[in-house]
Design a protein around this ligand. Structure first.
Ligand SMILES: [Fe+2]
Ligand SMILES: [Fe+2]
Length: 364
């Protein structure tokens, strides 16, 4: 990732590495993850680096270069393996109601979490070669989505694959630590673990969908490996020290995710991304099955609307969890409420409450 920026300067030597790192592919595969047999088309795009113009572009690879990245294992008896956490689904209105939003920091911990996320966004922009003309209004970085120049499909794929490989870490770390805490302290968890693990599962599904469109090369894989090593340990320590700040950090990270996907939806709608703006572009079958996407609603834009809604749910859930007492409070998203207090239960999709629920609203 980092060398994507560097590639601008030493293009001729590193282009070969980077090309393989971010090769976007359009190809046919015969089976997909989750054990569902299917035929899918996957975009194959070769990134070219032109040192003089500093641009990237796409082309379709030959059929003989196509391969399935994670084919389902055929066994004698097993037909398929459905997801452990079936997706609850969204209505179209719910997905369209998602908008970029920002929860202003209220405490020092909030401020620290926000600044760390801003630093991460700056580094990601740098690493994916986002030029000044491709940046949004920096005074409103999390809500403004218009830029003078769109990102390229290659930049989008690099960005989302790298970010989704990171996004699946915090929920797993939080869930794991709460699980271990419950075991060693002989205490109930009150429903947090499942929500956190489900979040990490959902993020992994995002990653798998995008890796059906582009296979990262060795350079990208190395970056993902290194980033996971650093991020897992940082999250581990951070969650031990302060679950409150860590959930706030994830809430802000998810604000960025909603922002990123809103911008992607807009660039698809504007026709800025030739392959993805084409309504005939076939999205991976694994996505159709996971979100149970209805017939006629399976364009790239539809797919990104589902993913964006997921990110918005993570945003609302993590901002809410940050507002709670992590030792005593039950998880309001999975709790049944007393008669007369049912209206206190958070909306099933937290997407509609971008800044999260305050403790008084849902715990009392
Ligand atoms: Fe995600
Ligand atoms: Fe997310």
């Amino acid at each position: 990732m980092i060398s994507l920026e560097a590639s601008k300067k030493v293009c001729s030597k590193q282009a070969a590495h980077l090309t393989r790192a971010v090769i976007p592919l359009l190809y046919r595969a015969h089976t997909v993850g989750l054990g569902y047999p299917a035929t899918i088309r996957i975009a194959a795009i070769a990134q070219r680096c032109r040192s003089s113009q500093n641009t990237r572009s796409f082309s379709t690879t030959n059929a003989n270069q196509l391969r399935d990245i994670f084919p389902a294992k055929e066994t004698t008896y097993i037909r398929q393996t459905p997801p452990a956490w079936p997706h609850p689904g969204y209505t179209e209105e719910e997905m369209l109601a998602v908008t970029p939003a920002h929860r202003p920091p209220k405490t020092v911990g909030d401020w620290l979490a926000w600044k760390l996320v801003r630093l991460a966004r700056w580094a990601t922009d740098l690493a994916t070669g986002v030029g000044r003309d491709q940046q949004v209004d920096m005074k409103n970085p999390t809500t403004a989505v218009a830029a003078r120049k769109p990102l390229t499909e290659a930049q989008w794929l690099v960005r989302v694959i790298f970010l989704e490989s990171i996004a699946g870490v915090p929920g797993m770390v939080g869930g794991m630590l709460r699980h271990l805490h419950s075991l060693r302290r002989l205490k109930r968890d009150n429903g947090w673990i499942e929500t956190l693990l489900e979040e990490s599962f959902n993020e992994r599904m995002h990653l798998l969908v995008f890796t059906k469109m582009a296979e990262p090369g060795w350079f990208m894989k190395t970056m993902i490996l290194g980033a996971q090593g650093v991020f897992f340990n940082a999250m581990f320590l951070s969650y031990l020290i302060s679950p409150r700040i860590t959930h706030r950090f994830v809430g802000y990270l998810e604000e960025e995710a909603v922002h990123t996907y809103t911008r992607l939806v807009q660039e698809i709608e504007n026709g800025d991304l030739p392959k993805w703006s084409d309504p005939k572009f076939e999205i991976p079958q694994i996505a159709v099955q996971y979100w149970r996407m209805p017939e006629g609603k399976r364009t790239m834009k539809d797919l990104i609307l589902y993913i964006r809604a997921d990110e918005a749910v993570h945003r609302g859930v993590n901002h809410t969890l940050s507002n709670l007492n992590h030792v005593e409070d039950p998880n309001p998203f999975v709790s049944d409420y007393k008669a007369g207090s049912e209206q206190r239960k958070p909306h099933a999709d937290a997407a509609l409450k971008a800044t999260g629920y305050e403790r008084e609203e849902v715990i009392g």
